[in-house]
Design a protein around this ligand. Structure first.
Ligand SMILES: [Zn+2]
Length: 213
């Protein structure tokens, strides 16, 4: 498969230095591998977005001399694809409605790798179209109790058991917005991304994204 890399910032402000490093890393890795390099604006969280930030980020990348091989993809144009993916998972009975609040989850006292772990309270609810209220319930995916591992170019082999370390995670939030984990996987597939170079803060997200793939 031909190498295809990407840089996928959220337009929550101007491009900061850490993101510029990530962009540079993915760009150089794509060039070294004679691959393509794409930009995707992850604008699926309007409350956190700053007006004009997406244009500023693209302008900054342009002024630093980055060149991208396809038109910029905006996640705000991709809602139908995300919804279709949720339908597929719903058909497979892998989605369920969750009405737990943050404090409900914390009250269980289960610790995961990213703070309080979801205890699976609502699993038994399943998904029921007649009672599903997108503005009141989140949608979570049923996770498997098996290790998922991958090899990171810098950190080596990373292994995580999602059920034990994270718990069933959210694909659509109770405020009606699609979750980052879902959108990133759908769009990496859609754009044919083969290699991801990004900040180490996303290392613990990778097993969830592999699981969704
Ligand atoms: Zn719940």
């Amino acid at each position: 498969m031909n190498y295809c890399g990407r840089f996928a910032p959220s337009p929550s402000g101007p491009l900061h230095f850490g993101s510029l490093i990530a962009a540079m890393g993915s760009y150089l890795d794509a060039k070294k591998n004679h691959g393509n390099w794409l930009i995707r604006i992850e604008d699926i969280d309007p409350p956190r977005e700053v007006a004009g930030a997406a244009d500023k980020i693209i302008d900054t990348l342009d002024r630093f001399g980055f060149e991208w091989d396809e038109p910029v993809l905006y996640q705000s144009t991709r809602y139908t694809a995300y919804q279709d993916a949720l339908h597929e998972l719903q058909k497979e009975k892998l989605l369920y409605q969750c009405i737990c609040s943050r404090s409900d989850i914390q009250a269980h006292g289960l610790q995961g790798v990213e703070g309080a772990k979801y205890p699976g309270t609502c699993r038994k609810r399943g998904f029921d179209n007649s009672t599903y209220a997108p503005q009141r319930s989140a949608l979570r995916i049923v996770t498997g109790d098996q290790p998922i591992s991958f090899v990171d170019g810098l950190r080596g082999t990373i292994c995580q058991n999602i059920a034990q370390d994270i718990g069933d995670f959210i694909l659509k939030r109770a405020d009606g917005l699609f979750a980052y984990q879902l959108a990133v996987v759908i769009d990496d597939a859609y754009q044919g991304i083969t290699d991801v170079v990004r900040g180490a803060d996303l290392l613990t997200s990778t097993p969830r994204q592999i699981y969704l793939q």
